[in-house]
Design a protein around this ligand. Sequence first.
Ligand code: FES
Ligand SMILES: [Fe+2]
Length: 443
Amino acid sequence: MTPEQNDLLCRVEDDAPMGRLMRQHWIPACMAEEVAESDGAPLRVRLLGENMVVFRDSEGRVGALDELCPHRRASLVFGRNEECGLRCLYHGWKFDVNGNVVDMSSEPEGSHMSNKIKARAYPVIESAGFVWVWMGDPDNVAEFNAPQWSSAPDHKIAIVKMHGACNWAQILEGSIDSSHSSSLHSSNMPTADVEGSTARDGAWLRPSADKSPKIEVEKTTFGFRYAAIRKPIKDADKQDYVRTTLFIAPFTVIIPSNDQYNLSQMLVPVDDENTMFYWVAWHPDEDKGISTDDWRKFCGAEIGKDVEPVTFKKVRTYENNYLQDREAMKAGDFTGIYGIPAQDMAMWESMGAIADRSEDNLGTSDKAIFTFRTQMYRAAQAVAKGEPAIGTTGVVLPHAKLMSYQGMVPKGNDWKEYNISDEERAQRAGNGGAKADAAEEVV
Ligand code: FES
Ligand SMILES: [Fe+2]
């Protein structure tokens, strides 16, 4: 990619087209558990280079305000959260969840100033374990398209949260990169005589040892879906081991489930050089899935142990080589780095804050990466021209019904027909069949 294309893809701050694109979608600000308590500590949140404060008031309503007080710009994060509002410490102005000034203690009685001033309040929705904010045009708030895991009861949604010290796009490229799982995560995903991905004994067993999957991509209205097609260890002449992944623009990825739980990720830009990584393990059934504690333990993402509270910054960092254990590597561990997310972070962060994509060399297994780059920088170009953002026009599919797939597909069968919702099938038929595969072009 040229530096200009790379900037279009990566940069989100201020007026950058990709940031404007994302402002046409609801954005997760934090996990609901971070502001669980009414009148609890307000939370500092940074998204797309904007700082806000998120808090839950005495009546349980969640608000998201510009971090800085409209009086003289002190931070509201230090404010008192009490009696249905957030009170700035500096001169005592107090704001409700909608940004209205409900008390202006530094002004004389009878002053009408409070009627004229409002703190900037972002529209907020609480759903599926997250607090979502609308950062776009307040007169044009889009309908909230609940995520895939909204179909699960709240206690069956387990979330890993981790700060990444690099741009969102290189993290997202890791989420849509099936081939790396056979190398980077090979110790966590060993080959075994199983029918499909099987979560056992702290590992995800896989019925294939194939490290060079064939990648096929189908573009869709929400982004794309792709299949990683591997030779299985059994009956390779009759069947393929297929794993499909969905990219839902602009930052959500549905990755293949295992036999215990479903998996989705969101790669949310904090600013140009920082990203919040969310990994959701969920199940629609009451008695299935994985607990939050077990999920964080498995991922090496326990709060207070592997990641700092509030900031979610990692204990394993680039500076300390992610606590890589060379002895463990000699003993057979592929990376010597504990936990799938930290292994990924070592790769993503080592590329630099914003990866230089003019210097990389894409191979055939990078087809989904290629599609992501071209699709998204073009989507940003469209927004720069004043066109609507990808995923917001035409018939918008309910995200809750979009599913990935993993399992054996008999040779001759089409992977595109597996785990596809009726809505998506109908839309595909209406399109005259979405064009499969990325165009043959040079980036
Ligand atoms: S700066 Fe907040 S009340 Fe004065
Ligand atoms: Fe990974």
